[in-house]
Design a protein around this ligand. Structure first.
Ligand code: MN
Length: 290
């Protein structure tokens, strides 16, 4: 099942070329900033979600997918966990000497999320801002010290994530947390449709060029190990997102670029790039050289 947010926060199930509007069927009241899909994921975790089989959806409004404006499925996740250096070919291209096994995980600000069709806003005119195409894991059940063998029981589903990154000297959490730096979507595919997340083809294009092409089989920490490791550090809550890391082929984005991330069985996420508000790096706030 593919679940999407559309048209100012409505919740839909993708059915062929249509969206079935399940907003009132699956949620009640104002879902707040985290959105209706986040609320649904919490309902599922509590065992309190309504049925989503074909019979339960009969009679609900259907909208052509082409008429809907999709939004980020999780506009404000509780947390966004990133995996640094989780493919060997990316480790080699960046000349890193360490990997996720040494570095652990990092956090991105949850205010950095945008949805399909929106623009990544470049902060600096003279520092690279790179695309990183990644498989995203959406947590479905609270996970605390979960073993790798039971990790997938804690997954709600999967989505496409772009982990946008400035190449500068600051801490990773800073370089990856600018507003608009975490495009997510176009929807969440539920875990039952992806029995093995460690065997998915992934491709990321910028304009007419394919920059990244891999299979999640090449992850250093696969999805199970990432959940096991991350949950040994911090409790994972329903609706948290893990960006699993990027393969070789990261590169600079420029004003007007289109970025397309396509993950097998998950979906295709496309966003734009806006460099019109970029400023010189030296003009960033703060007192330096002390
Ligand atoms: Mn990354």
């Amino acid at each position: 099942m593919r679940l999407a947010l559309f048209d100012d926060g409505r919740l839909g199930i993708v059915d062929g070329d249509n969206l079935v509007d399940v907003t009132e069927h699956l949620t009640t009241g104002d879902p707040g900033a985290a959105g209706a899909l986040h609320r649904h994921i919490e309902n599922v975790a509590r065992g309190g979600a309504a049925e989503t089989g074909p019979a339960a959806l009969t009679g609900l409004a259907r909208i052509p997918l082409s008429d809907a404006v999709l939004a980020a499925p999780l506009p404000r996740p509780g947390k966004i966990i990133g995996a640094p250096v989780n493919y060997l070919d990316h480790k080699a291209e960046m000349e890193y000497t360490t990997s996720v096994a040494d570095l652990g995980v990092f956090l991105k600000a949850n205010s950095s999320v945008i949805g399909p069709g929106q623009d990544i806003v470049l902060p600096y005119t003279d520092r690279r801002t790179d695309q990183e195409g990644e498989l995203g894991v959406v947590i479905g059940r609270t996970a605390h010290h979960v073993g790798a063998d039971e990790a997938l029981d804690h997954v709600f589903g999967y989505t496409c994530v772009l982990d946008i990154t400035v190449r500068s000297g600051e801490d990773r959490s800073t370089r990856k947390s600018f507003d608009t730096f975490t495009p997510i979507g176009p929807w969440i595919v539920t875990a039952d449709e992806i029995p093995d997340p460690d065997s998915l083809g992934l491709r990321c294009d910028v304009g007419a060029t394919t920059r990244q092409r891999t299979n999640t089989a090449d992850l250093i920490f696969g999805v199970r190990e990432l959940i096991a490791y991350a949950s040994s550090v911090m409790t994972l809550h329903p609706g948290d997102v893990i960006a699993t890391g990027t393969p070789a082929g990261v590169g600079p984005l420029g004003h007007g670029d289109r970025v397309v991330l396509d993950i097998e069985r998950v979906g295709r996420l496309e966003v734009g790039v806006d460099g019109s508000r970029a400023v010189p790096y030296a003009r960033r706030p703060g007192r330096r050289g002390r």
